[in-house]
Ligand binder design. Structure first.
Ligand code: IPE
Ligand code: IPE
Ligand code: MG
Ligand code: MG
Length: 392
């Protein structure tokens, strides 16, 4: 078992029964009046040898297609490596512009890498559902362009200076160039998605980009608001982050012409994975390593973002600790960052936040298990399991 999660297992583990196909309400997924244990996730009582490096708190399915040695994010990436090479080719080809600054800024951020998680997600769902057409590479590039556009804009809004291990585009080229090249990438993505010649594809991506923009504006409205609760937080992250994961997974099902129930399972998988991903991102802002993440710690506090670690720290802490966190959110001051980090640790808020991510990861796994049983589906399960361990 992965030792890093052992300490998080509640004393009285409870296996939650989940009925397939039944949509959970927000309060079921993210209990609003969360106590320490209500964030807890189903516990695997016995874990087979095949799952030895999965988080002990996640429940995998019994027959796994990837061997134990392949049971890692690296194995997932290997499965889609040839496709990803083609996606990179499409990305490079579609960055062309007659305006030199466009290419310069876009290449600056795209060549810095990034995990390319959204294209991977789209390719995995295509693979699981048996779609092998060329549109998967085109649309995988589209979701990466949309993601990159949101990052260019997000770094301006968040006044971030480090991204993917190098100075942000706003730091290197200025805010105007970042915003405008972000617009270029958005609109290029829309040009490319027309190639798919599918109203459902366009509808999915148009809705996703609209919801992402709403999420970022909602977050702006919530800045320095220490009274934001879990529901308000969840609404922001479902919109700004999970929506594109959801769209990426849904697109695989649309391309494959899958039945509605499978498309919904893919969308649920993407939404849950994206939510867990952002919750962990918010943990790493206090508990990560800048060199590994390629971005600065403490950016969220500097922006006065009431993310889940802080929301839970205020609930769990002494009145003095809560007051310290509240003031930091209201002022956006990072002068007492190390004290805040100590508070989110000592109150168990970080642990509870990781448990919230695990609940969502489990929901992702449950959704993935509704897809046909094959190596790509298994990779989706591995991805959701490994996400909790991510440090980058
Ligand atoms: C960063 O996303 C923005 C969030 C949703 C937290 P990623 O962590 O996927 O960024 P890259 O593409 O790997 O750099
Ligand atoms: C994610 O939020 C941003 C988008 C989804 C656009 P964050 O502000 O937490 O992302 P990072 O930490 O800057 O990557
Ligand atoms: Mg940011
Ligand atoms: Mg962040």
């Amino acid at each position: 078992m992965n030792g890093s999660f052992q300490g998080l297992i509640p004393k009285e583990p409870k296996i939650l029964a989940r009925s397939r196909g039944q949509k959970q309400s927000l309060s079921q997924v993210f209990p609003l009046q969360a106590s320490a244990t209500s964030w807890a996730v189903p516990i695997i009582v016995s874990v087979s040898a095949h799952f030895s490096d999965l988080s002990p708190r996640l429940r995998p399915q019994p027959d796994f297609h990837l061997s134990a040695s392949e049971n890692s994010t690296a194995a997932v990436l290997a499965l889609v490596a040839p496709d990803m090479a083609e996606v990179d080719r499409v990305i490079a080809q579609r960055l062309d512009s007659g305006v030199p600054l466009v290419g310069e800024v876009a290449k600056y951020i795209i060549s810095a890498g990034g995990k390319r998680l959204r294209p991977v997600l789209l390719l995995l769902t295509c693979g699981a559902l048996g779609y092998t057409g060329a549109q998967r590479h085109n649309l995988a590039a589209v979701v990466e362009f949309i993601h990159t556009a949101t990052l260019l804009h997000d770094d301006v809004v968040d006044e971030s200076t480090l991204r993917r291990g190098r100075p942000t585009a706003n730091e290197s080229f200025g805010n105007p160039a970042s915003v405008l090249v972000g617009d270029f990438l958005y609109s290029r993505a829309f040009q490319m998605m027309v190639d798919a010649d599918s109203m459902r594809v366009m509808q999915t991506l148009a809705d996703a980009t609209n919801v992402i923009a709403e999420g970022e504006v909602l977050q702006l409205m919530n800045m320095h608001d220490a009274s934001l609760d879990e529901e308000g937080y969840l609404r922001v992250i479902r919109s700004k982050t999970a929506k594109l994961f959801e769209a990426s997974a849904r697109l695989g099902a649309i391309l494959a012409g899958s039945p509605a129930a499978i498309e919904t399972a893919c969308a649920d998988f993407g939404q849950a994975l994206g939510t867990a991903f952002q919750v962990i991102d918010d943990v790493l802002d206090y508990d990560g390593n800048a060199a590994e993440m390629g971005k600065n710690l403490g950016d969220d506090l500097r922006e006065g973002k009431a993310t889940l670690p802080l929301i839970l720290a205020m609930q769990k802490g002494t009145s003095e600790q809560s007051q310290t966190v509240r003031e930091a959110i209201e002022t956006g001051s990072v002068d007492r960052l190390s004290e805040i980090v100590a508070i989110v640790r000592e109150t168990g808020a970080l642990e509870a936040t990781r448990n919230a991510a695990a609940t969502e990861a489990q929901r992702a796994i449950d959704a993935a298990l509704q897809l046909p049983d094959n190596a790509h589906r298994q990779a989706m399960v591995v991805l959701a399991s490994q996400l909790l361990n991510r440090r980058t």
